[in-house]
Unconditional design. Structure first.
Length: 212
């Protein structure tokens, strides 16, 4: 069982129950998911991820594209509930990523922490980023990425975030050492619990429900 599936299994076994405005969840607090390149390969080989759509999504994010129609044109429909424009959401912050990547590739300073902050406060939003911070460090010539998530849907959001971080790492001209994600609240919605069990039993065709 890869590290991501191990986390899903632990949420099912040890998670607490909570009710919020989106529904009922089973959750764990302050989990740490640390992934080497070998771990990432194991996850990507053993878990179905919409790679083409996620590559397109990240590209649109980094272009600062806020028009939901542009995401639909790329076959991405999970932002439809936000209306026509993504307000103070991922594109607002990810459009700062290309110059940051250029800076890292130019400097490659071991002594410097390169940081991308996501999600300013007190600003109207129709989908505040769950991924709140991404930090890039260089350790003995290798890239170490650390990310903080305030909230993580373990079935839908987390695999996408893992893949996005991997795609970002590939744009930096350094070998990847690790990606570590700090999960303040990682959860499975109750309507996806049976689907999660089915996934862990080996069913690769499971479809999860979006809770918004």
């Amino acid at each position: 069982m890869n590290k991501y599936h191990q986390l899903l299994h632990r949420i099912l076994l040890e998670g607490k129950n909570q009710t919020n405005k989106k529904g009922n969840i089973r959750y764990l607090l302050n989990e740490l998911l640390s992934l080497t390149p070998a771990d990432l390969l194991e996850i990507f080989e053993g878990h179905g991820i919409a790679r083409k759509k996620l590559r397109s999504e990240l590209r649109l994010f980094m272009q600062g594209e806020r028009n939901v129609d542009k995401y639909r044109d790329a076959g991405i429909h999970w932002w439809d509930y936000c209306g026509s424009i993504l307000v103070n959401s991922y594109p607002t912050y990810f459009e700062k990523l290309p110059p940051l990547i250029d800076k890292i590739n130019l400097e490659k300073r071991n002594s410097k922490n390169y940081v991308l902050f996501l999600g300013s406060t007190n600003v109207e939003s129709n989908q505040a980023p769950c991924l709140s911070l991404v930090q890039f460090q260089i350790d003995d010539g290798e890239l170490v990425i650390s990310a903080y998530q305030r909230s993580s849907d373990a079935n839908l959001g987390l695999p996408a975030d893992i893949y996005h971080l991997y795609l970002i790492a590939r744009q930096i001209n350094l070998p990847l050492k690790s990606i570590t994600i700090h999960l303040a609240n990682v959860h499975i919605y109750n309507n996806n619990i049976d689907h999660t069990r089915s996934l862990l039993d080996g069913n690769e065709d499971v479809k999860f429900e979006l809770n918004v």
